[in-house]
Design a protein around this ligand. Structure first.
Ligand code: ARG
Ligand code: ASP
Length: 716
């Protein structure tokens, strides 16, 4: 009954203007958003965006590799995504002799397109509300354990009812913390080939310095093509495969954007936590983020100085450093943003509103009144383990010796539970991984990272979360510093060549040696203890919080029907919309909505690793040779801003105009905008897109690949 009530409520939510933000399910737009979208300048209809019987925009959008978004932009299966999404594919085809990363690359013919094993794209065939099936037999009195079992059972039964074809799958995902469930019928293509990419100097222009910042000047794109079996069905790689003939591909507008234009982002946002309690938001942004940022401040200081001092280290650490720095900077922006707009106080106010509205519903007191205090109590109780876990997680993430020990630890466990033969069967894969890992490994830098991080770990993690064995090692060595030196000197893990030789020649002996290796044992002990005393307990709190959070979410939906609350991102297909617009920073500084090539050139520093440029681009700028891609003022557009709610996973998402035409490619957010993962604030949260005209210019004029532009559908 209650469930039904919730349904009818969510279904007929009034079409009031939301406070901005939101990542909406494409199949619900007609009921929830279409009117507002049209009011904001959208000319197409919800049907044009999502329809199951006729080709709609959703048929041109792909989940790219499971971690980014891409879109089909020609009737021959050409796919556009970000450079940073295609990065490892491009890297895998690069060598010193033929460095595609450095020089850029465009296939001149389809025959030159590069098969990329392991890369796949997934389309969404249709989406269905399956809440009633998944929650069948569950009511308010069902225990959590029973509930979980019933949900799993119901999902299995549901899957059996769908007649899925080859390469199709059914994903069933919880929404609103498990108050609603949607099923996604997916179709996956495994033959995806690299077609083109600009040089990294353009695709990563500004690198870390400009990452998460505006004004921005990055040409963050790359091109791929989907291949199918000759009959058009999805297929694994085969030389006889043919370019896909898609149901739908996006039209590209050369018309450009101006402030106030309707803007829409279509893609696969990964994860948001919009409905965290104030206490949980406080813990995340004031306790956990600072721990992780502090650890990375230290490791990045070591890595950056090593990279500055040595050309080879600079190359070896490039992607490692980018990975560490991306989240480091994101957390800083998030915590700063939350503090700057007083998001915690606002969340507290919302919690008070919750109680006020609850008071008007006497029958619901018993169920809803205890929720927030219980959630807050759990948040408080978990703080110690959450903090210790943050320190340990950073050791595991930043110190390569830890990374490698953890990978080997999984293999040792497999050998222990499934036998030596299974270990040997997996060995080629492991060796493969280790070879590329050690190719860029530098034990000296790694030791310095360890010396920068481990003292912080020991100084801040309480005794009961630390392993005695590990502490004994430290004491035995006389000092932590001495112990780390010993560790790096004596461990095989720091000597890739020897470890690899051993694994290749005598896997059984290698296993035995590992079990006694000082580095391996140290990391294994630390983590075994951490898993038992920290992670398991942390997970227990999370499990206890889940049903409370689910109830609270249900209460929010019931008590705030006018608020049109959107479901948190969960790597499913979503639409967000807003306007093309600049912003005024919290310090009052105004930022324009667009950047141009003059700005790129203004930042140009020949030889610098972040701000170098191909000379040909400098020349094209000198000659103002922009062809049909220039703006009315004669300048070449580069990036622009919008008030679309996005998050990680939205990289590569198409930026569409009111006509549903492609005008840009999403790739980032501005400083402080990253708080939108917990608190979307329309005054300053902006997503960053590359202008499609810059992309086309780079392919056509700089890359000399006009044939690729010719296969697209351009409209003025
Ligand atoms: N900040 C963007 C996103 O999270 C772009 C990241 C590209 N990588 C980089 N290190 N610049 O993922
Ligand atoms: N850069 C992010 C991505 O890779 C997008 C974002 O977090 O705004 O998905």
């Amino acid at each position: 009954m209650r469930k039904l009530l919730l349904f009818s409520l969510t279904f007929c939510l009034p079409l009031l203007l939301s406070a901005g933000g939101g990542m909406w399910l494409p199949l619900l737009l007609e009921n929830l958003n279409e009117e507002e979208m049209k009011g904001m300048g959208m000319k197409i209809s919800a049907d044009d965006i999502y329809h199951i019987n006729k080709g709609s925009l959703k048929d041109a959008i792909v989940h790219f590799g499971g971690f980014c978004t891409g879109e089909v932009i020609s009737n021959q299966g050409l796919v556009l995504t970000n450079h940073h999404c295609g990065f490892s594919a491009i890297q895998s085809h690069s060598s010193l002799e033929d460095n595609l990363l450095e020089n850029g690359f465009y296939a001149k013919t389809k025959g030159e397109e590069k098969a990329t094993p392991g890369l796949f794209v997934t389309f969404i065939e249709r989406i269905e509300d399956v809440t009633n099936s998944v929650l069948d037999g569950i009511d308010e009195d069902t225990s959590e354990k029973e509930r979980a079992a019933l949900v799993a059972e119901n999902i299995a039964a549901l899957k059996a009812r769908y007649r899925l074809k080859d390469h199709e799958d059914l994903l069933v995902k919880p929404f609103y913390d498990g108050n609603q469930y949607f099923a996604f019928v997916t179709k996956t293509y495994n033959d995806v080939r690299l077609v083109g990419a600009p040089p990294s100097s353009i695709g990563k222009y500004g690198a870390d310095t400009d990452n998460w910042e505006w004004p921005r000047h990055t040409g963050d794109f790359s091109l791929f093509r989907i291949y199918t079996a000759p009959d058009g069905s999805p297929a694994d790689y085969d030389a006889d495969n043919i370019p896909m003939v898609p149901k739908k591909h996006l039209e590209i507008s050369l018309g450009g954007v101006k402030p106030g234009d309707f803007s829409m982002i279509f893609g696969f946002p990964g994860r948001t936590d919009q409905y965290l309690s104030a206490a949980a938001m406080q813990q995340r942004t004031a306790i956990i983020n600072p721990i992780r940022i502090g650890m990375r401040d230290r490791s990045l200081a070591v890595i950056d100085s090593a990279m500055r001092a040595d050309q080879q280290i600079k190359i070896d650490y490039a992607s490692k450093q980018a990975r560490i720095a991306n989240a480091w900077k994101k957390w800083r922006g998030e915590s700063e943003g939350v503090a700057a707009v007083d998001a915690i106080a606002k969340r507290k106010a919302m919690e008070r509103d919750f109680l006020t509205r609850l008071r008007a519903k006497p029958g619901e007191q018993e169920r809803y009144a205890p929720l927030l205090p219980e959630i807050d109590a759990l948040v408080e109780q978990q703080e110690a383990v959450a903090s210790s876990n943050a320190y340990a997680a950073e050791l595991n993430y930043n110190i390569d010796l830890f990374r490698i020990a953890n990978i080997l630890r999984r293999q040792v466990k497999i050998a222990e539970s499934n036998g030596l033969e299974e270990f040997k069967r997996r060995l080629p894969g492991i060796i493969n991984y280790l070879e590329s890992f050690y190719a860029g490994y530098n034990a000296e830098v790694d030791k310095r990272v360890a010396k920068a991080l481990l003292p912080v770990y020991y100084a801040n993690v309480p005794e009961e979360h630390l392993s005695f064995y590990v502490q004994d090692q430290v004491e035995f060595a006389g000092s932590l510093d001495r112990m780390i030196t010993d560790l790096f000197e004596r461990s095989y893990l720091t000597k890739g060549e020897r470890l690899l030789r051993l694994l290749r020649n005598d896997p059984e002996n290698a296993l035995n040696l590992l079990r006694g290796d000082m580095g391996y044992v140290y990391v294994a002990q630390l983590n075994t203890h951490n898993e038992r005393e920290v992670i398991d307990i942390y997970n227990e709190y999370q499990q206890r919080a889940a049903p409370l959070q689910r109830q609270y979410m249900k209460g929010l939906l019931l008590f705030f029907p006018e608020k049109r609350l959107y479901p948190d991102a969960n790597s499913t297909m979503r639409v967000s919309y807003g306007k093309v617009e600049g912003f005024t920073g919290l310090d009052g500084k105004k930022f324009d909505h667009i950047t141009d090539l003059d700005g790129v050139i203004a930042k140009y520093q020949p030889g610098d690793y972040e701000f170098d440029l191909p000379l040909k681009l400098v020349k094209l700028h000198q000659d103002k040779d922009y062809g049909r891609y220039a703006m009315k003022n004669g300048k070449l557009p580069v990036c622009f801003l919008g008030s679309n709610h996005t998050t990680g996973g939205n990289s590569g998402s198409p930026a569409l105009n009111g006509q549903g035409q492609l005008v840009g490619l999403n790739f980032d957010r501005t400083w402080q905008s990253t708080m939108s993962d917990v608190n979307y604030d329309p005054t300053i949260c902006r997503n960053i897109m590359v202008d499609i005209r810059y992309v086309l210019f780079l392919i056509d004029k700089l890359g000399g690949a006009p044939h690729l532009v010719e296969e697209m559908t351009l409209v003025k």
